[in-house]
Design a protein around this ligand. Structure first.
Ligand code: LLP
Length: 482
């Protein structure tokens, strides 16, 4: 995703109160007072009870999407005589609640750090259904994953073959592993590039996969499951996955001729609609396209169809989330072709870094009321000391948007909370789950006390200005093995 995408102004909507079904959590609506209702709870009640900014996640939508993706990918695999395991990619948003929801819907979990592994384990995920990723796992992280009994460690470099083999041997275990390869296919939205080599940090070159696979097989402490590839994110159709599967299967076939190779993991990356301009194909169609290419490539290379695995993150949790903000100040700013209203809210790049980082586009609506006023072009800015602190670059709100209005930004369930920061010492917001008219905190929001507590120069009640040698301090500064 480009980091400096030019501003794209969507067409003015006929009704700036409308909630496009593809963009807002399924079932989102306005009540008789014009208030936005998500998961049966109205936005004003949520803001009154929990404050703003606030992340709101519709549990039912997460569960339904998890079940739909699992079913679609597994049915497509079954149509070619195989089956599919679907891992939820926890980097998109990870908390104990979501680990339980997706687990109950039949998904496994993929983690990519000691911290994510700790959350998944603490939430009760079956270790055998965890995949452990990362291009630079520490030895301590590898040892911990082996000791926990994770179902697979995804080996990302030549160096890691020996590291994982050694950790498994020392623990007296046989560790299942996959080998992440770089297929040369890079996909983003509806485009993909296929090159001989992709210049990025993940995986090993496809051209060396047979050599590394053979080395993995030489270790009695490793059990080689298969190749893994992740080609990118926010992908709208099956073409990039198909190209990548074809490239991988040529090498898979070579390895499978030497010894059984049960699996092929094609990663995640399925796209979602952030605005009405986004039109991702339904997962059922993408899954069928992938299955057709896998079957054809297996026939060409005369190899049995392997079990398939996928790792969707954004597509499970992204559309289920919104962020609520309170409008503070509004400034009309002259532009070359008219006026743009800068609507500043009480959060910003600390709770949604994606607009600043990737030039991502979002959709905003007033959440506390409907309005008859005509639409005005707005830019939703945050409260941080930085001009790039934009939440929604360009969208339309009723012209009478005013300080005190509650606004909602759609499709913030993925990579917003997980990329959140304390920039300008802004406490990170709470995450509230809504379902059937009930709301509950699933991740507590930070307080100023949390911020002060980590500053070693400030005496915390009962602790004193702890010196760096104390065990309290070692823990607070992240001095654990994770
Ligand atoms: N598997 C692997 C190995 C990955 O690296 C990723 C994402 C996924 C699965 C999940 O991809 P998804 O289905 O969520 O697209 N922060 C960026 C996205 C970074 C994705 C990194 N890897 C964003 O906000 O767009």
């Amino acid at each position: 995703m480009a980091s400096s995408a030019p501003s794209v102004v969507p067409p003015a909507p006929a009704d700036p109160n409308a909630l496009a079904p593809a963009v807002w959590p399924e079932g989102a609506r306005r009540d008789e007072h014009g208030r936005l209702v998500v998961g049966g709870v109205d936005a004003e009640a949520l803001a009154a009870r929990f404050g703003t900014p606030l992340y709101v996640l519709d549990e039912r939508v997460v569960r339904e999407r998890a079940a739909r993706f699992r079913t679609a990918l597994d049915e497509a695999a079954r149509s070619i005589g195989s089956e599919a395991t679907v891992y939820y990619a926890g980097k998109a948003f990870l908390s104990a609640a979501i680990v339980r929801w997706v687990g109950e819907e039949g998904l496994s979990v993929d983690v990519c750090s000691g911290g994510e592994l700790a959350i998944a384990l603490a939430a009760g995920a079956d270790p055998a259904r965890i995949g452990f990723h990362g291009n630079n796992k520490s030895v301590a992280e590898i040892e911990r994953a082996v000791a926990a009994g994770v179902g697979a460690i995804i080996i990302d470099s030549e160096i890691e073959i020996e590291r994982v083999a050694h950790a498994a041997a020392a623990a007296g275990r046989v560790q299942r592993v996959r080998l992440r390869v770089n297929s040369g296919v890079h996909a983003s939205t509806h485009e993909f590039l296929a090159t001989a080599h992709e210049d990025q940090k993940f995986g090993v070159p496809l051209s060396r996969a047979v050599e590394f696979g053979t080395r993995i097989r030489a270790h009695a402490s490793l059990d080689f499951l298969g190749l893994h590839c992740h080609i990118g994110s926010q992908i709208f159709d099956s073409a990039g996955f198909a190209e990548s599967a074809e490239r991988l299967l040529a090498v898979h076939a070579e390895l499978a001729r030497l010894a059984p190779l049960p699996e092929l993991n094609l990663g995640g990356g399925f796209g979602i609609a952030y605005t009405e301009a986004d039109d991702p194909a339904p997962i059922e169609r993408i899954a069928a396209g992938i299955a057709r290419s896998v079957e054809a490539a297996c026939r060409v290379h005369d190899v049995p169809v392997p079990k398939l695995a996928f790792e969707p993150g954004r597509s499970i949790v992204g559309p289920a989330g919104i962020t609520l903000y309170t409008v503070g100040t509004i400034k009309p700013v002259p532009t070359d072709d008219g006026w743009r209203h800068y609507v500043s809210v009480d959060g910003g790049m600390s709770d949604n870094a994606r607009t600043a980082l990737y030039g991502a586009a979002y959709t905003v609506r007033i959440a506390s009321r409907a309005s008859d006023a005509p639409a005005a072009l707005v830019r939703v800015a945050g409260k941080h000391c930085e001009s790039g602190d934009i939440v929604v670059d360009a969208d339309w709100l009723p012209h009478d948007v005013a300080p005190g209005d509650l606004v909602a930004v759609a499709a913030t369930g993925a990579y917003c909370w997980s990329l959140a920061s304390n920039y300008n010492h802004q406490p990170r917001p709470a995450v509230v789950a809504v379902r059937d008219g009930e709301a509950r905190v699933i991740v507590r929001g930070e307080t100023e006390a949390d911020l002060l507590a980590r500053d070693a120069g400030i005496a915390a009640p009962g602790v004193g200005a702890a010196g760096p040698e104390t065990s309290d301090q070692a823990t607070a500064t992240g001095g654990t093995t994770a």
